[in-house]
Design a protein around this ligand. Structure first.
Ligand code: FES
Length: 157
């Protein structure tokens, strides 16, 4: 059996809520507590679009993601049908009111998961975009100015 790391006390976790556990690398781990006193731990990242599961509502052995209301199982990290996907689940040990996570999992599980980016998805600007919408600092961001792009400005023939 591996080494366990003390992360908090059960009393530190709100009933039907969660507490986030930071890590030196990777995203936080969300430690949940349900109405029956069960304690569960998942990567704080919804399998849909990365929403913060720690901000969701716990019911039974599931949590409803606050962004688009997907239901994710606290016992397995899997999205409930009809949705699909899975977020990493961490092993938990509760002893004398203290909550422990597996130290190896805490250091390695889900480390590569990318944080979601807020706001609309980025897209490249089409070549026909008028110069009036080119940001004033475009050159410093590595975006070519209007004269460097092919086909712009339009020919005056
Ligand atoms: S990000 Fe969780 S339901 Fe969409």
């Amino acid at each position: 059996m591996g080494e366990w790391k003390l992360v908090c006390r059960v009393a530190d976790i709100p009933v039907l809520g969660a507490r986030r556990i930071g890590r030196p690398q990777g995203m936080d781990v969300a430690v949940f507590r349900n109405a029956e006193g069960g304690v569960f731990a998942l990567l704080d990242r919804c399998p849909h679009k990365g929403g913060p599961l720690s901000q969701g509502i716990v019911f039974g052995t599931s949590v409803a993601c606050p962004l688009h209301n997907w239901t994710v199982g606290l016992d397995d990290g899997c999205a409930r049908q009809p949705d699909e996907g899975r977020t990493p689940k961490f092993r938990v040990k509760v002893e004398d009111g203290a909550v422990y996570l597996d130290a190896v999992e805490l250091a390695s599980l889900g480390i590569d998961a990318a944080k979601p980016v807020a706001g609309p998805e980025r897209c490249s600007r089409p070549a026909s975009t008028p110069s009036s919408v080119v940001p004033s600092n475009a050159r410093t961001q590595g975006v070519p100015d209007t004269e460097e792009r092919s086909g712009f400005p339009p020919s005056r023939e």
